[in-house]
Design a binder for this molecule. Structure first.
Ligand SMILES: C[S@@+](CC[C@H](N)C(=O)[O-])C[C@H]1O[C@@H](n2cnc3c(N)ncnc32)[C@H](O)[C@@H]1O
Length: 268
């Protein structure tokens, strides 16, 4: 099969993959037939899943803007960062402060290759391939150590990735390991699939997504538990469109419909 030149050799293009399915939903072009098939299957469960993906992306950008513009954060560690989209964390951060530093981390070779290609002229941002399930390896990675100063506040960004970490891999312990590596005044940004208000659809969608990677929607209480040691920034843990919508268009009459909760915390 002829692969496009942007597909790294290590990418198995015959199987669907979370980063590329998400890229499909966002209208991107870095995906293959298997990814588009799975996106169609998810759409059969929740016809508006592409809107949910865009809502998640919009939340990420609002949170990054809050951190860079209002909280004065100039260091970001974005894990499970995905295939670059229209606007990305380093775009927001470096618009606010050209000296801002960003490290993107993903375990998907396509996401990492495409992110690296985007950053060739950007010496203050980088991408590495690593696994969130091994946070110690991320924290010790030479690129992370070179770019980020862990004596100063860092924003740890974990949007739409922790539901791909199974209970056996202990998400609270992973987040606590990252918390312990950053100083007080650092921030944590999370969005996470939930089965709180639409349990039937959330479980059915997770089952279909499981063709690419095991997916675990969690309760409000479980997601709140990830913020142990962080004080919640207003408005706390809310559905994606409820987190500081920047225009009436971003708000939503039934926010629970999106099945994803969002929250930003500041380390005490
Ligand atoms: C749904 S996308 C979210 C992308 C981006 N964070 C956002 O919110 O727009 C999930 C990303 O997490 C990555 N991912 C899943 N499991 C991971 C793991 N164990 N370690 C690192 N990245 C992971 C996938 O490859 C994918 O790029």
């Amino acid at each position: 099969m002829n692969e496009p030149d942007w597909a790294p050799e290590s990418a198995d293009t015959t199987r669907s993959n979370v980063a590329r399915v998400y890229d499909t939903l966002l209208g991107g072009t870095h995906n293959f037939a298997a990814d588009r098939d799975l996106a169609r299957a998810i759409r059969a469960v929740e016809p508006h899943v592409a809107t949910i993906a865009r809502m998640n992306r919009a939340y990420l950008i609002r949170a990054a803007r809050f951190l860079a513009e209002d909280a004065g954060i100039d260091q970001f560690l974005d894990i499970g960062s995905g295939i670059p989209s229209e606007d990305n964390v380093h775009d927001v951060a470096q618009r606010a402060n050209p000296e801002a530093r960003v490290v993107y981390v993903d375990n998907d070779p396509v996401a990492v290759a495409h992110t690296k290609a985007m950053l060739t002229d950007n010496y203050l941002a980088a991408a590495i391939r690593a696994d969130l399930r091994r946070p110690g390896e991320i924290l010790a990675h030479p690129t992370v150590r070179n770019l980020l100063d862990f004596d100063r506040p860092v924003a740890v960004v974990l949007t739409s990735v922790l539901h791909f970490i199974t209970d056996e891999d202990n998400p609270p312990a992973i987040v606590a390991r990252l918390r312990d590596a950053v100083p007080p005044g650092s921030y944590l940004v999370i969005s996470h699939g939930t089965d709180e208000d639409r349990p039937g659809t959330a479980k059915a969608a997770a089952k279909v997504c499981g063709r690419a990677a095991p997916a675990t929607p969690r309760s409000r209480q479980q997601i709140l538990g990830l913020f142990a040691g962080w004080e919640l920034v207003e408005p706390g843990l809310v559905y994606l469109p409820e987190w500081r919508p920047s225009s009436p268009d971003e708000a939503c009459d039934h926010p629970e419909w999106c099945m994803m909760l969002a929250c930003v915390g500041r380390k005490r």
